[in-house]
Design a protein around this ligand. Structure first.
Ligand SMILES: NC(=O)c1ccc[n+]([C@@H]2O[C@H](COP(=O)([O-])OP(=O)(O)OC[C@H]3O[C@@H](n4cnc5c(N)ncnc54)[C@H](OP(=O)(O)O)[C@@H]3O)[C@@H](O)[C@H]2O)c1
Length: 354
């Protein structure tokens, strides 16, 4: 596993980070806590010593499982979590309604006000039973709260020793600039955008900005929720409470298009490296300009080990170019533009003129 500096923070992060959304169960058709703990242990043992979670993943459950998994190895792990999505209290702007992994209806609100952030961080520390969070990230922009208020609260938590580094997620470049101005001499360590072979919007503005300004970019959904492993075959079905059932990229037509492209271009490269398709996709992702790490979700030890091993694979420029060209020429039907960038950019411009 290779490690890189996370922007101008003091953190050295693995190029493959363990994504802990799926182990919360919600959106992913349920999960098994013991299996999740084993997956995290396997990840850490194979050099994937950073974990990205969030309070909203499984409505507290992901953080609880992460806490259980790292109890006897806290000093070896970089813990990344988030603030800004409330479900435990009706605070801020209504964001979405959902049903959790236990069938309970949940309303999720976007809120990144100062008092709420302090409460959220205390709750995350308690759920994970840890004394500090290594990287705290604003999960989604809260357009109703001044960025300066949000950053001020995070600086205060940093001064209290409860968080080490400050990052954001799903922010536009303009929002990042505002956050940096509010942070003053404290670096904005990172941003977390969606980025994968099928969703490359971040390449236009965000990743070049990160590269130029030395801000870490830890990108999410690098496997397009499993589709880019080549293992989502035509016959694979998903549970009714697995969000991938309704995902535009998972229609039978799109599965066939993606799998054909993976078979034609990525499989031969994988064979040359004695690797799997998913490993080559991860290696491609972390080799792109501006990308620090890929956050890869896993539910089993086998997946975690396979994904961790991708952190050692280095593709040659020709291989990277062939993969890029093949996916640039691939047009999926009905696939949605990635929300993380376009929607927020449009909304922010409309509401705040920024
Ligand atoms: N900031 C944000 O707004 C945001 C949004 C989304 C995600 N994230 C973060 O990014 C992480 C990763 O994103 P993601 O979970 O959306 O998608 P992902 O990493 O692209 O895909 C993860 C899923 O792919 C499948 N998979 C993983 N490794 C595999 C392997 N080796 N072989 C076959 N299948 C494999 C697993 O699902 P199955 O086994 O069920 O098929 C797994 O749950 C999340 O866990 C979370 O930490 C952040």
């Amino acid at each position: 596993m290779r490690h890189r500096s996370l922007g101008r923070s003091e953190l050295q992060v693995p190029v493959v980070v363990f994504g802990a959304w799926a182990i919360g169960g919600w959106y992913w058709g349920g999960s098994d806590d013991d299996q999740a703990v084993r997956a995290i242990h396997a990840a850490i043992d194979h050099g994937m010593n950073a974990i990205d979670t969030a309070p909203v993943y499984g409505f507290g459950r992901s953080e609880e499982v992460v806490g259980r998994a790292i109890r006897d190895r806290r000093e070896r792990v970089i813990v990344m979590t988030k603030i800004g999505l409330r479900w435990d209290k009706a605070r801020g702007e209504p964001y979405f309604e959902t049903v959790d992994q236990d069938g309970v209806k949940r309303s999720v609100f976007r809120h990144a006000g100062a008092a709420s952030i302090q409460e959220e961080v205390e709750a995350s520390l308690a759920r994970m039973q840890i004394a500090h969070i290594d990287l705290i990230q604003v999960h989604w922009p809260d357009l109703a709260t001044p960025v300066a208020e949000t950053m001020g609260a995070l600086l205060e938590l940093r001064a209290q020793g409860k968080v080490r580094a400050i990052g954001v997620s799903n922010y536009t470049v303009a929002m990042m600039q505002e956050a940096r101005a509010a942070l003053g001499p404290v670096p904005l360590a990172s941003v977390q955008p969606k980025y994968n072979l099928l969703a490359r919007e971040a390449e236009k503005e965000l990743l070049p900005y990160c590269a130029a300004e030395n801000i870490g970019a830890i990108v999410y959904s690098p496997l397009e929720q499993g589709l880019l492993t080549g293992r989502v075959t035509a016959s694979r079905t998903f549970a009714v409470n697995d969000g991938r059932q309704k995902r535009a990229t998972f229609t039978p037509e799109n599965r066939a298009l993606v799998n054909a492209c993976l078979d034609r271009v990525v499989r031969p490269i994988a064979e040359k490296h004695s690797a799997t398709i998913g490993q080559i996709v991860i290696a491609w992702t972390v080799a792109q300009r501006g990308v620090t790490s890929a956050i890869v979700g896993a539910r089993t030890s086998e997946q975690a080990i396979e994904n961790a091993r991708a952190g050692a694979i280095e593709l040659i420029p020709g291989e990277r170019a062939d993969i890029r060209a093949a996916f640039a020429a691939l047009h999926l039907s009905g696939a949605l533009a990635p929300r993380s960038h376009s929607l927020w950019k449009a909304l922010a411009k409309k509401i705040l003129g920024r």
